[in-house]
Design a protein around this ligand. Sequence first.
Ligand code: ZN
Ligand code: FE
Length: 254
Amino acid sequence: MPKEERKNKFLIHPLPVLTDNIIWIWVEGNQAVVVDPSIAEPVISWLKAKRLELKAILQTHHHEDHIGGTKNLLKEWPYSEVIASKSDLNRIPFQTISVDNEEEIIIMGYPIKILDIPGHTKTHIAFYLSDKKNEKPPILFCGDTLFASGCGRLFEGTPEDMFISLERLNSFPSETEIYCGHEYTEANLRWANSLQPKNIEIKRRLLDVIEKRKNLITTLPSTLKEERLTNLFIQAKSVNELSNLRNHKDNWAI
Ligand code: ZN
Ligand code: FE
């Protein structure tokens, strides 16, 4: 990648762990921010190999495969902040900065907006990262709410919660990069393709993703532009339609 191109993008590295989780590491100079560390060891090795200092941990929701590594990361970097929803103080007790919906915080010199996006869990937040000059594509760390060509299962929220949350995520510019908590893209597209076999956008992306996964390449980040074309949940026009899709997908996966 040419140097100039790299300058105009946030530097965000994927760390695929466990079965299909992805821990995201955002790097600025010699500092790093980690999103949803399910486990600590690979993060510690990666950061140490690159001589990076952990500045903050962002937590989208309380599930163990998103917060499981945080305690051990804090042993290694005790001054790191842990940023999570104020509403989830009981379930994410080690948070040091407790945030509210719509709040803006500054991390490594950049503004991050907090968005409440319930549905997968009762409390779930996304982090919207942008630069003030709008020179870099904005970033959404959206945990288990929006996946590439899919959305999260409704463990605690209602279809209406998810509908509103996806609408909210979909309100950002089309070049916004989508960083999800799991590599589910291929399964999501196989399901979407089974429902809409004549949809050429879904087929195009499915073929591309199958090729990438054959070589174990991470298919993320996505962009909002791509989700608008190939995500049936984002395209759903009503709560009822989203609810039917979610039920269908839940049973299809089994
Ligand atoms: Zn989850
Ligand atoms: Fe998860």
